[in-house]
Design a protein around this ligand. Sequence first.
Ligand code: FES
Length: 122
Amino acid sequence: MMHKITIKNRDNITYEVDHRKPLLDSLKAKGVDLPYGCKYGGCITCAAKLINGRVNQTAQVALNNRQLNNGYVILCVARPVTDCTFEIGVESHDLLYRNPFTDPLEDHELKADIATPLENRK
Ligand code: FES
């Protein structure tokens, strides 16, 4: 099955991609310039922000719950489940990292925020 992937911060350009392939591979094959490192879901370099749509990224281990709740997707392992709109590249990373000086952790947040399996999240 093919899904439409729209890149919001590239003039809403749209690509048709195969739902079986990781988004990073599909978009790179179309000539989209994307940052990446490990290509197995562990380093976070390829993170992009999902604006609309759904993906399957159960193989990712780089994102914590806060990052998942902010819409981040690990493109090297994520496959589209529906048509999707993304912001890509470092411009999309504004909410990816938390600044400990402007936004310090509360006491209850000091333990690791490990991603919980999708079925256990609200
Ligand atoms: S390239 Fe490392 S997590 Fe995707």
